[in-house]
Write a protein of this length. Structure first.
Length: 273
């Protein structure tokens, strides 16, 4: 696709945004949505004409300028828009009410993220059928189906594996990956946009173990029964630690035995006259 640069207004101020050509529309909206994995805020660019959704990744640098046509724009962060499958954003809301059919517009309700209502227009009934049971209706009446959702996530993982192999991507490895390694890595990419509970279910569906990368605390040093106890001897009167005698070398002992009576000290040569 062809790409272009365009300035858009965001709540934090102006930003330089790099978007696909088909995202250019005067009615486009900047949405704040909840991340499906960690619940943090993400910024998305929505084009009502094409129903396309792009997530905006902001690259902030301390000192930066951009050449746009005949102008130079400084101190402006660059945001790059990448296509985002809206089903990933809808999935957590569906999973909250898995027992009954409900219109999609009643499922996509979030007081903190009211922009979530725009996601209803980004998906068709055919797309929703990948993760839910759908009743034939113009209101998109659906019910979450966990088995379908896991099948859909598994297919997404397979797609990532195929793309990695096609592009010869072996991140962090010098040699070719085994199918299990490809599956584990691709599953990790997909799970970056999946709720934690469903992430565990996907790992189980694919037959791969969840690996925790938390740093292990260093083990305590074992105590030995026969190890001597380290104690500090103190005098009974003042309770101060007893000074440890310093061992002198042979040369130091010889210097200490020299009679320095009548000799000037070294510091006297550097005193003011």
């Amino acid at each position: 696709k062809q790409w272009y640069q365009r300035r858009v207004a965001i709540t934090a101020g102006d930003a330089m945004v790099l978007l696909p050509d088909d995202m250019c529309n005067a009615d486009a909206k900047v949405l704040k949505l909840k991340h499906p994995k960690n619940g943090e805020t993400i910024v998305a660019y929505y084009n009502p004409a094409t129903k396309a959704l792009n997530e905006l990744f902001c690259m902030k640098e301390k000192y930066v300028s951009w050449f746009v046509n005949d102008s130079v724009i400084g101190n402006t962060p660059l945001s790059i828009g990448t296509p985002l499958d809206p089903l990933f954003m809808i999935l957590p809301y569906l999973a909250q009410n898995p027992t009954k059919f409900c219109p999609l517009d009643q499922i996509l309700v979030d007081e903190k993220y009211p922009s979530v209502m725009y996601l209803e227009d980004t998906v068709s009934e055919e797309q929703l059928s990948c993760v839910a049971d759908v009743k034939p209706s113009s209101d998109k009446i659906i019910k979450f189906n966990k088995a379908k959702a896991l099948d859909w996530l598994s297919s997404k993982t397979t797609t990532v594996i195929s793309e990695m192999k096609r592009s010869d991507i072996t991140p962090g490895f010098n040699s070719a990956l085994s199918h299990e390694e490809y599956t584990r890595y691709a599953c990790g990419i997909v799970c970056d946009y999946v709720p934690p509970t469903m992430s565990s279910d996907l790992h189980e569906r694919l037959g791969i173990e969840v690996i925790s990368y938390e740093e292990e605390k260093p083990a305590k040093r074992p105590k030995l029964n026969n190890a001597p106890k380290e104690t500090v001897k103190t005098t009974a009167s003042k309770g101060k630690a007893k000074p440890v005698p310093v061992k002198l070398t042979k040369g130091q002992k010889q210097l200490a035995s020299i009679n320095t009576k009548g000799m000037k000290s070294m510091s006297s040569f550097f005193s003011k006259k």
